[in-house]
Design a protein around this ligand. Structure first.
Ligand SMILES: C[C@H](N)C(=O)N[C@@H](Cc1c[nH]cn1)C(=O)O
Ligand SMILES: [Zn+2]
Ligand SMILES: [Zn+2]
Length: 481
């Protein structure tokens, strides 16, 4: 497909002009600690939904709806905990134009200054010397969500018509498994979303730090917990050590037999479900711009398990991984508390890939953990359960949406993007594709070293501003395709 040279320069110039305002809008969003996994912060997640609703209203969106998803399903500490609403809105309703649905999430991962952040994670810090914005959610995913709003503001200021009808769908539980959203999409597929031609998600990252990418695949994520219950209360290890069975000892023994130090998953049967690597797929990895050095820079270490680009990419994109995340209930403070914790909960997740069947995987995990527990012969009780899951997604990037995004990317960054898959997960992607019967494009804003989910999460200002231009350019090229 060829395109006429579109007059996007005024839009790009306007976005540059509005930079200070766009920074302030993001600062306000970052200031709301919308951590979906922390039940005590649920009111702040709702505050964030209301913040977006107000922004949409001010920008001229219509048919804005706050969709109630009801009560959060177990496991959850508060059985009456309400899920945060889905924020829906429309901009434009012109039957002659295509309709783009934009999805993003307004919740964030937890963040505490004492985790090692250099600055308060919820008080966005603009490092003006480096032109970097630091704060929880800058790259994942408040920067991109606010980016879409900025594109509308730039059009309003220019008194330009948007080249497409836009539908926004912002959720507040993505970091906790997108609970409730699947049902809502199925319900709204023929109603609120009935005219949608394509879906665009800006919620992942470039592979490295200098080359933009468009993404056509994601790994899935099945998240589990192992609950070990023992004594009736936390005990003095001097009085009870050596004479009661300790839950932490059982848990560590089981968790140590899930994955080895080379990253090999020790649960039998998973490898048999992985789609075989074809020569055609193997060759794709040769052309991707990435290096071991870039991985080391992003991880801030030399801890790579693989010594070459192709193996790194395969293990990030097309093989599963199992990560141990933490233990709830264990002593974790400073000092030397001599306690035997009475109840501990171990958390781990498996990133899934084609053709792993999620239900079969759960059964393999449960069987393995229960078998290990039986071998312990412990009087403690152990229970393993799924907290949430989300499927992997791989699509064909040869369609109008990817072509339009590639053109916009080249306009803004003066380089053709790489086509990548993502090691992380966006559970709802495949649901949009199936329920709406449309293509989905992942159009990332941030860089591979942004530290999403980590301390000192950041978004380079150039990625924020050029990212807005890319999102806007994509809408224009897609609208004309
Ligand atoms: C890629 C996206 N920005 C992201 O961070 N997704 C999360 C989703 C998730 C799944 N389980 C819990 N959170 C991720 O990949 O961890
Ligand atoms: Zn995200
Ligand atoms: Zn995330």
């Amino acid at each position: 497909m060829s395109y006429d040279k579109l007059p996007l320069e005024p839009l790009f110039k306007k976005i540059d002009e509005l930079k200070p305002k766009f920074i302030e809008r993001l600062r306000k969003a970052i200031a709301i600690p919308s951590v979906s996994s922390d039940e005590t912060l649920r009111p702040r997640v709702v505050d964030m939904a209301n913040f977006l609703k107000n922004e949409l209203t001010t920008l001229g969106f219509h048919d804005i709806q706050m969709k109630d998803l009801g009560i959060q399903p177990p496991p959850v500490a508060d059985p009456n905990l309400k899920l945060p609403p889905i924020v829906l809105g429309r901009f434009g309703n012109d039957a002659s134009k295509k309709t783009v649905l934009v999805y993003g999430h307004y919740d964030v991962q937890p963040a505490l200054k004492e985790d090692g952040w250099a600055t308060d994670p919820f008080d966005m810090y603009h490092d003006e010397a480096k032109d970097i914005l630091f704060g929880r959610g800058t790259t994942d995913d408040k920067g991109p969500v606010i980016g879409w709003l900025n594109v509308i503001e730039a059009h309003n200021e220019l008194k330009w018509e948007l080249p497409v009808n836009l539908v926004v769908c912002f959720e507040g539980m993505e970091e906790s498994g997108s609970l409730g959203l699947e049902g809502l999409i199925a319900k709204e597929a023929k109603q609120y979303f009935s005219k949608v031609d394509t879906v665009c998600i800006s919620d992942n990252y470039w592979l490295g730090t200098s080359k933009p990418v468009l993404t056509y695949g994601l790994r899935g994520c099945n998240y589990y917990q192992i609950i070990v219950n023992g004594p009736g209360a936390d005990l003095h290890s001097g009085i009870f050590g050596g004479i009661v069975a300790e839950p932490m000892t059982d848990l560590i023994k089981v968790m140590s037999q899930l994955v080895d130090s080379t990253g090999k998953i020790l649960i039998p049967g998973i490898d048999d479900m992985i789609a075989p690597l074809t020569d055609k797929e193997d060759a794709l990895y040769d052309d991707i711009d990435f290096s071991v050095e870039e991985l080391n820079a992003a991880s801030g270490s030399k801890t790579s398990l693989h010594d070459n680009k192709k193996d790194i990419l395969k293990h990030r994109w097309r093989y599963p991984s199992l990560s141990l995340h933490g233990i709830e209930g264990g002593f974790s403070g400073a000092g030397a508390k001599t306690v035997i914790p009475a109840k501990v909960i171990g958390k781990f997740s498996i990133r899934t890939v084609p053709d792993i069947d999620s239900a079969k995987l759960d059964q393999l995990v449960f069987d393995h953990v229960n078998k290990l527990n039986a071998q312990l012969n412990s009087p403690n009780t152990l229970k393993v359960e799924l907290i949430h899951d989300g499927n992997y997604w791989v699509s064909n990037p040869f369609n109008e949406a990817f072509t339009a995004a590639a053109k916009a990317t080249e306009d803004v960054w003066n380089i053709k993007p790489d086509f990548t898959r993502e090691g992380g997960s966006i559970p709802i992607t495949i649901t949009f594709e199936k329920e709406l019967g449309t293509d989905v494009l992942l159009l990332p804003m941030g860089r591979g070293d942004d530290g999403a989910h980590s301390i000192n999460e950041k978004l380079n200002l150039s990625n924020y501003i050029n990212g807005c231009k890319t999102l806007g350019g994509y809408l224009h090229y897609y609208g004309k395709s």
